[in-house]
Write a protein that binds this ligand. Structure first.
Ligand code: KG4
Ligand code: ZN
Length: 332
């Protein structure tokens, strides 16, 4: 296999986005097609797994065709196929997995399964010159972790959330505030017009060496606050909630950098698109002279370019999967 000029087609169907992308050499994004199901799930206030899987089946064919067309390539010009096979909704993952296996089998080109969260980390390599080692804060709908990224295929998990993920806290809080799904972007928009000092919500920091996160207490605090009569305007509550999340994420990331000696910091996952978080991280890193890397917002939320990139590093390291590759719901 030619690793010098390698073109990978990535496929992502772990939740409510059907995405396909062609990436050259793990960095050059030739195409990135994303078919969102947001409008369908908004009606239910959240992602309905069976509906998501059915919609992926409807979309996967044209999404892959468009990704190839946008890249100006034929299927036979692809050197390898990468697919997110977990963590995620199993039924949804199986659609992308089956489709990718068929593409690999019919072209006789290698298949690689990619961990979705590792994919989020790799979004930092797209259109960028960032290189490991660096410290990465991963903040998605299901995960909130601090990773010591030691190489393209090597990392240690330094801390995780003990309960809710940051994105989950955004989504649940949005519901309490009467905002539609998806909650995160809606809180982000509303918070921009509110006063982040209006309500002092709790910030959870575990004592001692523990860098772990906890957001369920914050979510409960918002629920209790909103149940009281005469609460602050909703934009002030949104801004105050967001500030509490951003304060904890930023402080813990900076502590981890100091403790483990990192000066290069990266963000990943859907919540990394949050404007408040991006600005707070920019300021904190600037004060300390650290280098901050943040994928463009479109590469923070779910996309197949990050999957293709993760696949590129696994394939060039000689890793391959067989057609017995399966999906998994939770492993990270
Ligand atoms: O990484 P992602 O797209 O999917 C998962 O792997 O989970 O993350 C989705 C999460 C959702 O909870 C969504 O509300 C949140 O990321 N999110 C945001 C923003 N955009 C997406 N949260 C805060 N501000 C945003 N701008
Ligand atoms: Zn994701």
């Amino acid at each position: 296999m030619n690793c010098e000029n390698m073109t990978v087609l990535g496929i992502e169907t772990s939740c409510d986005e059907t995405s396909a992308s062609v990436v050259r050499n793990g960095r050059e994004v030739l195409s990135n097609v994303i078919a969102s199901q947001i409008d369908i799930h908004a009606e239910f206030g959240g992602v309905v797994p069976e509906v998501a899987a059915r919609k992926h089946i409807e979309s996967i064919g044209w999404v892959v065709d468009k990704a190839l067309k946008d890249a100006g390539l034929t299927l036979n010009e692809i050197d390898g196929f990468a697919v997110a096979n977990g963590p995620g909704l199993t039924g949804a993952l199986l659609v992308g997995l089956s489709y990718t296996k068929a593409l690999s089998f019919s072209t006789n080109k290698p298949l690689i399964g990619v961990n979705h969260i590792e994919g989020h980390v790799c979004a930092n390599y797209l259109k960028s010159f960032v290189k490991p080692p660096f410290l990465c804060l991963v903040v998605s709908g299901g995960h909130t972790s601090l990773l010591a990224v030691r190489g393209y295929n090597e990392y240690d998990v330094l801390a995780r959330t003990r309960d809710d993920a940051a994105g989950e806290a955004f989504d649940k809080t949005a519901r309490v505030l009467g905002l539609p799904y998806p909650g995160g972007p809606n809180i982000d928009r509303l918070a921009a017009t509110g006063d982040p000092t209006a309500v002092r919500f709790p910030r959870t920091f575990f004592p001692g060496e523990d860098l772990g996160f906890s957001f369920s207490g914050l979510k409960s605090a918002v629920v209790q606050y909103m149940a009281k009569p005469g609460h602050a305007p909703v934009e002030d509550v949104a801004a105050s909630f967001q500030q509490a999340v951003v304060d904890v994420l930023t402080a813990r990331t900076m502590t981890a950098c100091e403790r483990f000696g990192y000066t290069d910091v990266a963000l990943a996952g859907g919540v990394a698109a949050n404007r408040g978080l991006r600005e707070a991280m920019r300021r904190a890193c600037e004060e300390r002279g650290y280098n901050l890397f943040m994928p463009e917002p479109i590469f923070c939320t779910d996309n197949a370019a990050m999957v293709a990139c993760r696949g590129y590093y696994a394939l060039t390291a000689g890793q391959r999967d067989g057609y017995n590759l399966n999906a998994y719901a939770t492993r990270f």
